[in-house]
Structure formats: structure tokens, C-alpha cells
Design a protein around this ligand. Sequence first.
Ligand SMILES: CC(=O)[C@@H](O)[C@H](O)COP(=O)(O)O
Ligand SMILES: NCC(=O)COP(=O)(O)O
Length: 252
Amino acid sequence: MAALSVNVNKIAVLRNSRGGAEPDVVRAARACLDAGAQGITVHPRPDARHIRADDVLALAALTREYGVELNLEGNPFAPPRAGYPGFAALCALARPAQATLVPDGDGQITSDHGFDFGRDSDALRPRIAELKALGCRVSLFVDAGVEGVGRAAEIGADRIELYTGPYAEAHARGDASAALAACVATARQAQATGLGVNAGHDLSQQNLGDFAAAVPNLLEVSIGHALIGEALYDGLAGTVKTYLRILSARPG
Ligand SMILES: CC(=O)[C@@H](O)[C@H](O)COP(=O)(O)O
Ligand SMILES: NCC(=O)COP(=O)(O)O
């Protein structure tokens, strides 16, 4: 069975919208781990729009307490700025079990593509070595169908993470077979060179089962956006009832 690493970025989106401490990212992560999730993922953005450096350190302590993995995602080429020390510096402070490198630009609303090995390999090699020297397993975010995925192994990576956004979109349209076949083919090519295979982006209760059934030896899925949204639906009715109980116990 693939491990589930819950991405808690969206808890921080909600917290930051009011500027206070609630909802509490660490409490939410603890609830995920208490429910059996095998890891926690965060993708702190240099603009600190959700997860901040202090959250990363708190989640590193939590995952150590539970004996599970922290998967830290980020662009190794993004320069440091106020509140964001840079990806390698953050890894040096937090020592995540896994560092997932993602080639996101600052302006992106979310991750939407993987590395291009023809263009990025030489620049990635020393960044990967630096992270491995810190004790991190290194995974590279890739598009299904990427040319030369075996280059990831040659430059020192341990795993790839398949970008599943296009698969999720195709699944929602009801025609996922080509997108799924591309994921399977890239997973097999990666595995043939000794790489492990993770996956993530827009995976959900609707599309995860088909994906996990088709992709061989899938090691980990990281899921955030859909899971946190679904948790709202699953939890809203009970929460409204709790408020009504409070009000009915104190009739005005
Ligand atoms: C790499 C990846 O697919 C996820 O980390 C995704 O980018 C989540 O980031 P946001 O929560 O900022 O959209
Ligand atoms: N690596 C993917 C991830 O962490 C979560 O992506 P999403 O489920 O928020 O789209």
C-alpha cells in the first residue's frame, strides 16, 4: 500500500486569512497522524502565503514525535527572502525525511509542471547532493511522459513524484485512460532505473482509487487540497450540531 502523506498547506491558508493562530496547523497535522496518515507534507512558498518557516520547524518536531516522515517541498533555486531562508537552508533546519524539489515560479498559484531534464539536470545535480548530505531522501517533481526520466537517477535523486494534475482533470472529464497510461509508463521507466515513485496534485477520493490500482509499486501519495475540502464536508454537519447544542442549552 502506498503511504499517505497529508499536505496541510490549506490549514495555513485559513489561519493566515485572519492573521491569528487558528486553525492550528500542528493540531490538524496531529489529527491526520492520529487517524493513521503515514506522513505530513508541506510546500512553504517564498511569499509565505500559507506554510511559514516556523510551521515547518513545528511540523518537523511533530513528525519526529510520531516517528513518521515530513516531506518538505520547494524550489531549490528560489532565492532566500524575508521569512523564507531558501529551500536548502530550511531543510538544514528541519531535516525532513524527504525533500521534494518542484520547479515552481513565484507567480504560480499552485504547482503545474515538473522538471525538464534536458534543461535542468546540470543545475539540479549539486542541489540534490547538498540535500542528500543533510540526510534527506530526494524526490523530483515530474510530468507524466517527461523525456529521459532516468536522468533523475543519474543526477542523484532517489525518487520522482508524478505530477497528477492532468490525470485528475482527465478523470473529472471521464476520460482518464490516456493520462493514466502516461503515468504508468513514466513510473515504469523511472523504476527501471532504480527510482522510487511518489505521486501528487489534485488527487482526491474520486480519482485516487483508479490511480493507485494502475500505477505499480507506488510508494507515497501526498494529498492536500481535495482532502482538506472533503474534510469540511465530512465534518460540517457534526460541527453545526455542536453549535446548536450549545445554543439550545442556553435558551435566551
Ligand atoms: C507539488 C505539489 O503538487 C503540491 O505541493 C502543490 O503544489 C501544493 O501547493 P499549494 O498548496 O501551494 O497549491
Ligand atoms: N505533492 C502534492 C501535494 O503535496 C498535495 O497537492 P494537492 O493535493 O494539494 O493538490
